[in-house]
Design a protein around this ligand. Structure first.
Ligand code: C2O
Ligand code: CU
Length: 431
């Protein structure tokens, strides 16, 4: 056991405790302010970059661009990002959406760190060990902050040599495969990204990394070629079969990785976003893909549940301010009055989420991927679904489970960010 000595400033009072279960806070000062990669003897390469948040042309941007710079690392790398805030008065942090970092790197102001105010900085550092498609965004005043543009893509590629199946064809960028990231976002009523075209030879494999950074569900369609959904929320699916004339509904915060071949075109909400050859006709009213019935059937890795928690999502009247207003509630209360839920380390925890309201709530637990056990009492018949963002529609009941293997205090909230700001946010704590 490690002895921890905390000095409480100004009192000359020392608190001594033993065996802190959590790693120490890593405010590591670094000199490098540009993107560099250095070899370290033991830990493998460290990839360093600086993201500076600032206002530009009526948007809020990282390094002057919306979305912020795309961060691509390889499994085994250590990622070190220095966040600086130039002039965002509401403050900034970085949350690595879907990437299960140690708690003190999670970027939730007031919970895992202090908010970074203008002139301030914070250094994030974590190991890349989960290949997949993720994104990052500010978690300070997250509704307005993300909407104004403080977000970007994080791609973790498999280590060289790990690419053994067809699903990893774009693991190592090369001339024979196109790896396209599509971080969908609505900025000032305009849909980003602007439509792009890459003329590819017929048959060239194309990996589309579809990322929904908006607060509402979007409808995606891949037209002109069959495709497979090879990963959801960064986790590979088992035995994905070819689909055609099928629409994909991606929840707020969610990511789908799709493998197709040129010539194919991607539409979002009926608008062309990317094409690799002649554009096929706009997709019609296609049936919607259901991840719960897709791929090779797999069984849950656990035969027991240690703890059951329930979240009932609803709408309520908040009378605490000057004027009564509607709040989005969990178990009858709104943030900050929703009791923190407690788990113990290594428990298998079942989370039952009941939507009693009339709107969709895209649910997002930080720090963990959850396995879908059932939707409306029906168990999935397809590949195991490990999600971090999923739509709980009006009237639906979702049962999901996770192993409590990442200690800390974690945000657990609706990713329709205006809903989160209007009360639909609670915390999960390890005892
Ligand atoms: Cu992408 Cu707590 O959020
Ligand atoms: Cu919601």
């Amino acid at each position: 056991a490690v002895a921890v000595v905390a000095l409480v400033a100004g009192t000359g009072f020392a608190v001594i405790a033993t065996a802190s279960p959590e790693p120490p806070h890593r405010h590591v000062p670094v000199a490098a302010a540009t993107t560099t990669t250095s070899r370290q003897a033991v830990n493998g390469p460290t990839k360093r970059l600086t993201l500076t948040a600032g206002t530009i042309d009526g948007a809020w941007a990282f390094n002057g661009q919306v979305p912020g710079p795309e961060i691509a690392v390889t499994v085994g790398d250590t990622l070190e990002v220095t966040l600086r805030n130039r002039d965002i008065d509401r403050g900034v942090t970085l949350h690595w959406h879907g990437y299960d970092v140690p708690n003190d790197q999670d970027g939730v102001p007031g919970v895992t760190q202090d908010v970074v105010l203008p002139g301030g900085q914070f250094v994030y550092r974590f190991k890349a060990d989960q290949a997949g498609t993720y994104w990052y965004h500010t978690h300070s005043a997250s509704d307005i902050g993300v909407r104004m543009g403080l977000y970007g893509v994080l791609v973790v590629r498999p280590a060289p040599g790990a690419a053994t199946t067809g699903d990893n064809e774009c693991a190592v960028p090369n001339g024979s495969c196109a790896d396209v990231t599509v971080p969908l976002h609505t900025l000032g009523g305009r849909l980003l990204p602007e439509p792009t075209t890459a003329q590819l030879a017929a048959g060239t494999p194309v990996r589309l990394r579809l990322i929904n950074t908006d607060s509402t569900t979007h409808r995606y369609a891949v037209a002109g070629a069959p495709f497979r959904v090879v990963a959801i929320d960064g986790v590979k699916l088992d035995g994905p079969t070819p689909l055609e004339n099928t629409a994909l509904l991606i929840p707020a915060g969610g990511r789908f990785d799709v493998l197709t071949g040129a010539p194919a075109a991607l539409f979002v909400d009926g608008r062309l976003v990317h094409s690799t050859g002649p554009v096929p006709p706009t997709p019609g009213a296609w049936p919607v893909f259901d991840p719960l019935t897709y791929g090779a059937h797999s069984r849950a890795p656990w035969s027991h549940i240690d703890r059951s928690l329930t979240l009932v999502l609803d709408r309520g009247l908040d009378l605490r301010g000057l004027l009564p207003r509607y709040a989005h509630t969990v178990n009858g209360a709104a943030d900050p009055d929703i009791p923190t839920q407690v788990v113990h380390r290594d428990e298998v925890v079942r989370l039952t989420i009941v939507n009693r309201s009339l709107v969709v709530h895209p649910w997002h637990l930080h720090g963990h991927h959850v396995l879908v056990l059932a939707r409306n009492g029906k168990a999935p018949t397809g590949s195991a679904l490990w999600l971090d963002s999923f739509d709980v529609r009006p009237g639906e009941v979702w049962e999901v489970a996770f192993r409590a293997d990442n200690p800390g205090m974690w945000a657990n909230h609706c990713h329709n960010l205006p809903h989160a700001e209007a009360g639909m946010m609670l915390h999960l704590m390890y005892a």
